[in-house]
Design a protein around this ligand. Structure first.
Ligand code: GUN
Length: 284
């Protein structure tokens, strides 16, 4: 039997519909949640994601603003802008779209975002809390993946999980989350030798390598859950994942499509995190 589809688009719609009700309830109490999405420069891929996050806010009733700064802004000036956002009581969430231009120290910027407004979970305070399993803001992609895994009904403790990718945004936090959930975790990357030797042991396989066609059916254990976080622009601007969908679908028990899998879940999770930030700050 072919794998069942983990329909991120449909689940995200459900999450956003709940968020809409929650936002309406907050507004009745006189609280309007607000997310500021910050972009430096005008990288077209970043612009797409920034606008998606903005539109999801507006569609949910959350106030949002895209603050775009020129690529040549000095680090000092940019950090001062973030400080102003930290101090603005009307702003509950701040999300700095990555990557940042070379002239700006990304780590310094992430450290400058107030941990209580850090809806991306990239401030080292939140990264550290995630590391030890404490409650904190978790990166949106991670929240989305967890929700997709929950949808399968599978119990995580004792499962073999293999993560392909070691980025700070996806690979590392996902690996930590799976460790904390009781999985036996292996982290591979696009240079791993004999990748199939690792992937074929995975009950849960998460690919975030950004390499189309990397994961083929013969590399996947029968009955595995396969989550494809890869998003590479293919011919005609079409988004392509890391996973050979048709081949892997024959082996897996669950699989995410690209597009329509992790992507919409990430956007919905930004909204969930923004509402969390708002409740935390307002005590609502
Ligand atoms: N760039 C690529 N993915 C992300 C993400 O999840 N958050 C931010 N802020 N930037 C990104």
């Amino acid at each position: 039997m072919p794998a069942r589809i983990l329909d991120g688009k449909k689940i995200a719609e459900k999450i956003l519909s709940n968020a809409k009700s929650e936002t309406a309830a907050l507004k009745e109490k006189g609280i309007t949640p607000k997310l500021v999405v910050v972009q430096v420069g005008s990288d077209p891929a970043s612009t797409v994601y920034v606008e998606k996050k903005y539109r999801a806010c507006i569609g949910t009733g959350i106030d949002s603003e895209i603050r775009q700064f020129p690529e040549y802004i000095s680090e000092e000036m940019f950090l001062s802008e973030i400080r102003h956002m930290n101090e603005d009581p009307k702003i509950h969430g701040i999300l700095v779209q990555l990557p940042l231009p070379k002239g700006i120290n990304g780590q310094k910027v992430l450290e400058s975002v107030d941990p209580a407004k850090d809806v991306d979970g990239f401030n080292p305070i939140n990264t550290g809390k995630n590391f030890s399993g404490a409650d904190s803001f978790k990166p949106a992609t991670l929240v989305g993946i967890m929700r997709l895994l929950e949808e399968t009904g599978v119990k995580l403790p004792g499962k073999n999980a293999v993560v392909i990718g070691r980025s700070n945004i996806v690979g590392k936090p996902v690996a930590v989350m799976l460790i904390n959930a009781g999985c036996t975790v292996t982290v591979c990357n696009r240079k791993t030798k004999n990748l199939a030797a690792f992937t074929s042991l995975a009950d849960i396989l998460i690919s975030a390598a950004g390499k189309p066609g990397l994961v083929k059916g013969k590399m996947v254990k029968a009955g595995a859950i396969v989550i494809d976080v890869g998003t590479t622009k293919g011919p005609g601007g079409k988004l392509v994942g890391d996973v050979d969908f048709a081949g892997v679908r024959k082996k897996a028990s669950w699989i995410t499509p690209v597009p329509g899998g992790v992507g919409p879940m990430t956007i919905a999770s930004v909204i969930v995190n923004t509402l969390r930030a708002c409740r935390g700050l307002e005590g609502a």
